[in-house]
Design a binder for this molecule. Structure first.
Ligand SMILES: [Ca+2]
Ligand SMILES: [Ca+2]
Ligand SMILES: [Ca+2]
Ligand SMILES: [Ca+2]
Length: 420
């Protein structure tokens, strides 16, 4: 809420609405989370919305503009739609954290043996925009789709450090053929750069290393941001000036707002904001139980995928240059087995593969989301034991080792996770 307080007048009216909502809810005797939010402002180490240390005053100015744009709520008058999933970045990345599962988005396609994955573009695939402006039909998932991937918005903090990690550092952890026979491989995602990024042919057979998104399907924060505006909110930009294809209209069904609806300048401010959002601060580091959990985390192979730290290379933003990112991820793809499979192919990621989710901020999600965290790509559970229970495929032995630990050691490991 501190984030909202510092923001726009819109933020304040949202806060006011929330306070009124809470007051009524409290009168009716429910929602203890409201009570907590109204009485305690989160400590700095409990919130996500702050700039990284070491920015110049000018950079802080760009950060503030990007912050404003990230929370801007679009309307039909400002270009929302005609097809969209939600009205603002912040709706799906609440307080720069993750979205509530009620705002998950869905992608669909057809997965058949022996032929390339079909994004079903004639039906508006791969992304389902289930909301639309009046006069336009919203999309529906066609009967042909046999792969539906439901995804929640991840945390968007510390991403500048992730962008600044060199390819070589990430690729050093690749073990595609599992040469060390621990059951864990880890493959890189390679992506054809979209034309709007204006990049030369990439170093990997023309492709670039993907690192953002739940299957590492985006190579940079610019790509992720431009596509989020275009796909998730229906906002055209200088980078992608043509409205989304509307299958039920049979073309780029337009709204009345001339395209592009948003300038490259604003997109770049948002990218800068994402690049310079501070990585989460750890809590309870000195706690003996947390320390015990930390060493168990390595001992039972969690740290093979959730690699505690990767270093960044040189970067034009000094605050990101040659730093350590304590992200707890290798940013590689892993086969996680049938329970987590979505059958949805994205670039080189198969229907069972996911990028290792960075775990920094794991213990803060709860505060940001008002009391209840939601984990895994679709936010299916709030229970960390259940998260580990879902780890199969390459993580099978790690999962088994966890459930063989003594109850006290299991608790220590969970306490360590919550300190991230
Ligand atoms: Ca639009
Ligand atoms: Ca669509
Ligand atoms: Ca291995
Ligand atoms: Ca338009």
């Amino acid at each position: 809420m501190a984030a909202f307080l510092r923001k726009t007048s819109l933020g304040s009216s949202l806060l006011l609405a929330f306070v009124v909502f809470c007051a009524v809810a409290t009168l009716l005797g429910g929602l203890s989370g409201c009570q907590k939010l109204l009485t305690e402002a989160p400590q700095p180490e409990e919130s996500l919305d702050a700039p990284i240390d070491g920015l110049t005053p000018e950079q802080l100015g760009i950060f503030a503009r990007g912050d404003e744009a990230f929370s801007e709520v679009f309307t039909f008058e400002t270009g929302l739609g005609p097809l969209f999933n939600n009205t603002a970045c912040e709706r799906c990345h609440v307080g720069d954290g993750r979205g509530h599962p009620s705002v998950n988005l869905k992608r669909f396609g057809r997965n058949s043996v022996g032929v390339p994955f079909d994004n079903l573009e004639q039906y508006g695939g791969p992304q389902l925009q289930e909301r639309s402006m009046p006069g336009y039909p919203a999309e529906v998932i066609p009967a042909e789709a046999n792969a539906i991937s439901e995804r929640g918005g991840p945390l968007v903090v510390g991403l500048g450090l992730i962008e600044a990690i060199t390819d070589a550092t990430i690729l050093a952890n690749v073990d595609s053929l599992d040469a060390d026979s621990n059951g864990i491989s880890g493959r890189p995602q390679f992506i054809d750069p979209p034309e709007f990024l204006n990049l030369p042919s990439g170093p990997y057979g023309g492709k670039y290393l993907g690192r953002f998104g739940r299957k590492a399907g985006a190579i940079s924060l610019l790509q992720q941001t431009v596509n989020a505006y275009h796909q998730d909110i229906g906002i055209t930009t200088d980078f992608r000036p043509v409205e989304n294809f509307n299958p039920l209209v049979g073309g780029a069904g337009g709204d009345p707002v001339p395209d592009p609806e948003l300038s490259a300048g604003t997109v770049n401010d948002v990218v800068f904001y994402l690049q310079t959002l501070r990585p989460p601060l750890r809590r309870n580091i000195g706690d003996p139980q947390v320390k015990r959990g930390d060493s168990l985390f390595s001992a039972i192979l969690c740290a093979r995928c959730h690699v505690p730290a990767l270093n960044t290379g040189p970067h034009p933003i000094a605050a990101l240059s040659n730093k350590t990112a304590n992200l707890y991820s290798d940013l590689l793809l892993h086969d996680m087995g049938p329970d987590l499979a979505d059958n949805f192919v994205e670039g080189e990621a198969s229907g069972t593969e996911w990028r290792t989710t960075p775990l920094w901020g794991l213990g803060i999600i709860e505060t940001v989301l008002g009391g209840k965290p939601f984990f895994l790509h679709d936010g299916r559970t709030s229970d960390l034991r259940e998260v580990i229970q879902f780890h199969k495929g390459e993580a099978d032995s790690s999962r088994r080792l966890f459930f063989q630990l003594s109850p006290a050691d299991q608790e220590a490991l969970l306490k360590f996770l919550k300190s991230l």
